[in-house]
Design a protein around this ligand. Structure first.
Ligand SMILES: C[S@@+](CC[C@H](N)C(=O)[O-])C[C@H]1O[C@@H](n2cnc3c(N)ncnc32)[C@H](O)[C@@H]1O
Length: 288
């Protein structure tokens, strides 16, 4: 689809401001990095490196892998322009299922349900196996995963300014005109975004991801001889909770007996003022 200049501006605004303003998972990564103090981090499906500023508080070496050359180009530009001299940041434009390097990492990250971008169990197993092969002996793989993305009761276009998106973004980000729509077709979990005014739709994009149940993820971790610890089950606009349906947890080699769960939960409970209740979220699957 070719975009006119104003459409292009609206779509870059969408990526730069709306997508990159997503911060609901930040406190979890801040706490994890503060406890684990990983010196090297690999993120699979890193996008533009949204989480790298958090990683940089401890890591001296960060590698981000992404299949999208546009995401990689934007990430490289941002982190080159801002000159973060104390951390070596490398973006690699390749597939997380087949990526290979001689390096091993203290922490490997699958953030924002990135495994849902893979359409088959074979690919999901390859991606996690690949993570395992790049993991230091005492390291951890952190996985934040949900079977379905962006829950919504409605299957019609929703004005972003009247929806849960308002909780993602700072008040300075203008949402007028942006709309989103959720649909499920078989195993496909589809999210559409558009910029629409009274006269026409200026740009429209579609993200297709694939249902990947948490039980299946846990079974795959077992098949790959990784042990796992589920720590939290939801993040929201005011903090983290253990009352949701996400898998927010850690996997490691079976002989790594170090558990981070207690320390992480203590940190979360210290953020008491930011804990949210189910009532605050508009979760479609609350009913089941
Ligand atoms: C929802 S974005 C998440 C970005 C980032 N993890 C974050 O939390 O901000 C998913 C990313 O996964 C990337 N991706 C999808 N399939 C991939 C694959 N097979 N290998 C590497 N990256 C992939 C997409 O290009 C996209 O940037």
């Amino acid at each position: 689809m070719s975009l006119s200049k104003s459409e292009y501006n609206q779509s870059t605004y969408f990526y730069d401001e709306i997508m990159n303003s997503f911060k609901m998972d930040f406190s979890f990564y801040e706490d994890l990095i503060a406890i684990l103090k990983p010196k090297s981090i690999l993120e699979l499906g890193c996008g533009m490196g949204r989480l790298f500023p958090i990683f940089m508080t401890e890591a001296k070496e960060i590698t981000g892998i992404d299949l999208s050359d546009e995401m990689i180009a934007q990430g490289r530009k941002y982190y080159t322009d801002h000159k973060f001299d104390n951390t070596l940041i490398e973006f690699v434009n390749t597939d997380m299922c087949s990526f290979k390097t001689n390096k091993k990492y203290d922490l490997i990250v699958f953030a924002l349900s990135v495994l849902k971008h893979l359409s088959t169990d074979r690919e999901r197993l390859e991606a996690v196996q690949n993570a395992k092969e790049h993991l230091n002996k005492d390291g951890f793989i952190v996985i934040d995963h949900k079977a379905f993305l962006y829950a919504s009761r409605s299957t019609d276009w929703i004005d972003a300014k009247d929806s849960l998106v308002v909780d993602w973004v700072p008040p300075s980000v203008a949402l007028d005109g942006y709309q989103w729509k959720k649909s499920i077709e078989g195993q496909k979990d589809i999210l559409q975004w558009r910029y629409n005014d009274a006269e026409k739709t200026h740009f429209e994009m579609k993200f297709t991801t694939y249902r990947y149940d948490i039980e299946q993820l846990i079974e795959h971790l077992g098949q790959l001889e990784l042990s796992h610890e589920r720590i939290l089950t939801e993040w929201g606009c005011n903090g983290l909770s253990n009352q949701g349906k996400r898998f927010i947890g850690l996997a490691s080699y079976r002989d790594n007996k170090y558990s981070l769960k207690q320390e992480l939960l203590e940190k979360v409970s210290k953020r008491n003022e930011r804990l949210w209740s189910d009532h605050d979220l508009y979760l479609e699957d609350n009913k089941s």
